[in-house]
Design a protein around this ligand. Sequence first.
Ligand code: SF4
Length: 97
Amino acid sequence: MNDASKDTTPTPKSTPNARASEASEINEAAARYSESIPIKFRNLYLKAVAGKASPRQTIKAKCQECVGYEEVVSRVRNCSSLICPNYAFRPYQERSQ
Ligand code: SF4
């Protein structure tokens, strides 16, 4: 057992003001980043980053980003990254009969 495990000092809790400030910074960074995203995909990205998208929409936004917003449907559909946590839930998959 090391000395760090004996430390009983309470961890400072995040205050509402600190959380609001952090959220504001994230939103500003996301807004700046989103300017590099093609307009067609931008709203979904911003909705996902803001935590206002469904899990399915959020995965879609991540897959769109992952393929660089180019040839999105075919590249995501044909994704071969079986080890990606999103793989089974990625959009644009062809439905099996
Ligand atoms: S499933 Fe494929 S396209 Fe989607 S995030 Fe993972 S690697 Fe990228």
